[in-house]
Design a protein around this ligand. Sequence first.
Ligand code: SAM
Length: 212
Amino acid sequence: MDAKTDELRDAHDALAEVYASRLARVMDQLPADRAVLGMFCDLVLGNGAGAEVGDVGCGTGRLAPYLAARGLVPRGVDLSPEMIRVARRDQPGFRFDVADLRELPFGDASLAGVICWYSLMYCAPADRPRAFGELARVVRPGGYLATAFKAGDGEVRRGGVTLGTGFDVYWLSPDQMQRYITDAGFSITFWAGRPADPDENQPQGYLIAQRL
Ligand SMILES: C[S@@+](CC[C@H](N)C(=O)[O-])C[C@H]1O[C@@H](n2cnc3c(N)ncnc32)[C@H](O)[C@@H]1O
């Protein structure tokens, strides 16, 4: 593993319990997240291509109960072993594995969809074709990808600093995100954005795309 990936993994290992306590019930306060994820669930189930979806960069696994309650079968993967330990502890009954989104542990066209909820912003430019290519590889034609992301100018910044860690983040613009996703072999189904809430530092983007 390269030094940047080590740094990212170690930082998220250190943040796992912080995330677990801060984000446990945050979905209740995020109607836009619920609406977009709900649309993703409806689209996935509506095309009859199965219900198993990858939650890629799943963190503490907080999305799993929401997705399962809407009929999906989520499988979480995350780079950070600590995030996966916490996810297994806090969300028993779901499958979580340590894996890098640049090398997903799913077969070709094996999933009905993938979710990347605030997990694509760590990919350096050179890694993006491989990362988005992996997302396209594992979703069967007609399946869906959903992503939420902090929207910005795409420049590299240091994240996690206020929490005592540090790693590179790239807040892609909605146009950049759409381009990476369409270049990988998806067609955009839906996109939206919202201004930053008072406790957020960036506007948020949402996107759903269908695998061609
Ligand atoms: C901001 S957290 C979001 C977690 C979760 N999706 C959520 O919404 O609560 C980003 C997560 O992406 C994971 N991550 C970052 N880079 C990754 C990579 N290359 N492969 C897999 N997971 C990654 C981090 O370990 C972290 O748990």
